[in-house]
Write a protein of this length. Structure first.
Length: 119
């Protein structure tokens, strides 16, 4: 299971088993606006990518901007959903629909643009 912090007021917090083979720690922050269908779909999609491809190496923080609007200004969030990959560097921002998992994998540097999709 992936490690995650929810800062949307729900208080959920999940920690994974530590992996000794972890190459790099991923620190991801997903900004959403309320629990709309689009926000829920983004949370589900990003969570699935973390569980399938970053098991034990990922900390995902979900920030509901309705609950914490000041965080939008600090991170210069202009649209939601926005996923920010803080670590490992380089920092990346993915904005908009998170349903396309291949684009998420490329954006998180987990797959190159030229690498064929695994089925």
């Amino acid at each position: 299971m992936m490690e995650g912090k929810r800062t949307d007021g729900s208080g959920g917090h999940v920690k994974p088993a530590k992996s000794k083979k972890a190459k790099a720690r991923y620190l991801l922050r997903l900004y959403v606006a309320g629990m709309t269908p689009r926000s829920t779909a983004a949370i589900q999609s990003v969570t699935e990518v973390c569980e399938e491809h970053l098991k034990g190496m990922c900390e995902l923080e979900i920030v509901d901007l309705y609950q914490q609007p000041t965080l939008a200004k600090g991170e210069q969030i202009i649209a939601v959903p926005t996923l920010i990959k803080k670590l490992p560097l380089p920092l990346r921002r993915l904005i908009g629909d998170m349903a396309n998992k291949e684009k998420l994998l490329v954006g998180l540097d987990l797959r190159s643009k030229d690498e064929p999709e695994k089925k």
